[in-house]
Design a protein around this ligand. Structure first.
Ligand SMILES: [Zn+2]
Length: 123
């Protein structure tokens, strides 16, 4: 299945890296950016550009998930430009490190265990 590793990361983040509200993650054709995160009512919407290769989609997902995790209610009514100016602050940086830690310590070991037969060669 295409993008199966990416899809697995979405599941791992939903299970192991919770945010304040449910998260919808979609891959769409985005002309203006590689991804974004918005909050409407009590739900986060993460959009990832469908034109990205899988590794780029994974990188963008980690970035956007950190926005959901670090969301400040003051962001709710900002324009995209206003959000971009303030949303990559230290709070987002800490959230990014938390998401990345889940990626390294939970997601990668699961992926490596799944692919073990392909990577391990007898000596
Ligand atoms: Zn960002």
């Amino acid at each position: 299945m295409a993008f199966s590793t990416y899809r697995k990361l979405v599941s791992v983040l939903k299970k192991n890296c919770p945010v304040a509200y449910p998260v919808s993650v979609r891959r769409l054709h985005l002309a203006e950016c590689e991804g974004d995160c918005t909050k409407l009512k009590d739900k986060f919407y993460i959009r990832i550009d469908k034109g990205l290769p899988e590794v780029g989609a994974i990188d963008t997902l980690i970035h956007e998930w950190a926005h959901a995790r670090a969301w400040n209610h003051l962001y709710d009514n900002l324009t995209w430009e206003e959000f971009e100016a303030v949303a990559h602050d230290a709070t987002w940086g800490v959230a990014y490190s938390e998401v990345y830690r889940i990626y390294e310590q939970v997601f990668l070991p699961e992926i490596n265990a799944t692919n073990m037969c392909k990577k391990v060669r007898p000596k």
